[in-house]
Design a protein around this ligand. Structure first.
Ligand SMILES: [Zn+2]
Ligand SMILES: [Zn+2]
Length: 429
């Protein structure tokens, strides 16, 4: 089916509750740079993956004395020779590892390794520079400086086909970006990261890319509403975000999906329930609504657990509204590990209860794998393709930087119920 999975290190044996998407990715780092997962745990002062997860969930403290130390440790997880994959600890002199001066993102153990890597790296150097800037600018989402405020939609949803149309409605962004650029947090960021502050134009572009990832989430939900012909003016809508993880819920605020209200001004109420085993504690951790959403407002609630458990415990008993739409952001069910234990019961439930469903992927290949799985499950696939509101922020493969980047929500697919088969023709002899 999917591509062969890299071997897992001995320290990690999958258990029946291995439903955390990042656990697999975390150890997959080691297949490219042996020992990298351990470096990350070491830098975070953690002994194993369990502690790492606990910290993500806010149960254990990550012991950073300062932001400076945090950025330093984060940078150290990128320190390995991009050519021969050696970690600093494998070198006679760990300080011999030098950074590419152009992108400030990849390292080399020697001039020779850098020369050898250049024919390949030159294709990605420029992109990797953007990634390294975005990685820091992203911090401003946690401080609340980002995203920039947006306008009420002046055009109907059907006329806003892509980011260009959306940006055209926003008008001049300069007065909204100025306070972000001159904010104290922006200055502190570069000081703490021990990096020269990039040019203003480079920073503006980075702010846009980071914000596009943030807005991509609500705009993708809106795209699903449109594809399935749901009418938020006729009645309140309930949208379940299945498989929501720390990406969507870490530091989440109750206003995070307000773009939906600007998109459908005066709607009857939209509720977004974030459901997933990786949901992180925070202000959105409140019970889902039983029936009607608050008019004109987006209400975010959350449930920590697998989607089919949520369905049995709350939806079935009438303690949470039935969904009009279920969306999942890059569930990665093509990576067969998570499918049997996590996603399969959910996909079958969505199919059998005839729920309008939409999933996003990081790239075209992942879309193809996912489509194959849904066809095997005989779901009725209604559409798929490039998401016009995919994130514009490139993501590098941490352990293998010289590869084409992926983008959050870059592709999507929609399905609705069971594929109807043509009736068999009776054979006449
Ligand atoms: Zn090397
Ligand atoms: Zn470079």
């Amino acid at each position: 089916m999917a591509r062969p999975l890299p071997a897992l290190p001995e320290s990690f044996a999958p258990t029946p509750d291995s439903v955390f998407t990042d656990q697999f990715g975390f150890y997959a780092l080691d297949s490219n740079v042996p020992g990298l997962s351990k470096v990350i745990l070491d830098k975070l002062n953690m002994k194993d993956y369990g502690e790492y997860r606990a910290a993500l969930e806010g149960k254990a403290k990550v012991g950073f004395r300062s932001h400076k130390e945090m950025f330093e440790k984060m940078e150290e997880t990128f320190k390995f020779c991009s050519s021969c994959s050696k970690l600093p600890s494998h070198l006679p002199d760990p300080r011999a590892l030098r950074r590419c001066i152009k992108c400030l993102n990849v390292y080399y153990c020697s001039k020779e390794c850098q020369r050898k890597d250049w024919p390949l790296h030159k294709k990605f150097c420029k992109m990797l520079r953007m990634v390294a800037v975005d990685r820091l600018v992203e911090w401003l989402v946690h401080t609340g400086d980002l995203p920039f405020p947006t306008e009420k939609w002046s055009r109907p949803v059907s006329e806003v086909r892509d980011w260009d149309d959306w940006l055209a409605m926003q008008g001049d962004l300069t007065p909204r970006l100025e306070p972000i650029l001159s904010a104290r947090n922006m200055t502190d960021l570069w000081a703490n990261a021990c990096r020269t502050r990039p040019e203003e134009s480079e920073l503006r572009q980075s702010i846009w890319r980071v914000c596009s990832e943030f807005f991509s989430r609500s705009l993708t939900l809106g795209l699903g509403v449109r594809i399935f012909g749901l009418d938020p003016y006729a009645r309140p809508l309930t949208i379940h975000l299945a498989g929501a993880g720390h990406n969507e819920t870490l530091g989440a605020r109750v206003t995070d999906m307000d773009e939906l209200s600007r998109m459908f001004p005066g709607h009857q109420g939209i509720e977004v329930v974030m459901v997933g085993p990786e949901v992180v504690q925070g202000p959105i951790m409140r019970p889902p609504l039983r029936a009607f959403g608050p008019r004109g407002k987006v209400y975010i609630s959350a449930y920590k657990g697998l989607y089919h458990q949520f369905w049995e415990e709350l939806v079935e008993k009438g303690e949470a509204a039935r969904p009009d739409l279920v969306v999942g952001f890059h569930p990665g069910f093509h990576a067969s590990q998570g499918l049997g234990e996590g996603w399969l019961p959910t996909l079958l439930l969505l199919r059998d209860y005839n729920i309008p469903s939409m999933f996003t992927m990081y790239n075209e290949l992942e879309l193809q794998y996912s489509l194959r799985i849904l066809l095997e499950l005989e779901t009725h696939v209604k559409g798929s393709g490039k998401n016009p509101f995919g994130s514009q922020k490139p993501e590098q493969v941490q352990s293998s930087p010289n590869k084409p980047p992926s983008y959050c929500n870059s592709h999507y697919l929609c399905f609705h119920g069971l594929l109807e088969r043509e009736p068999q023709v009776e054979e006449i002899d």
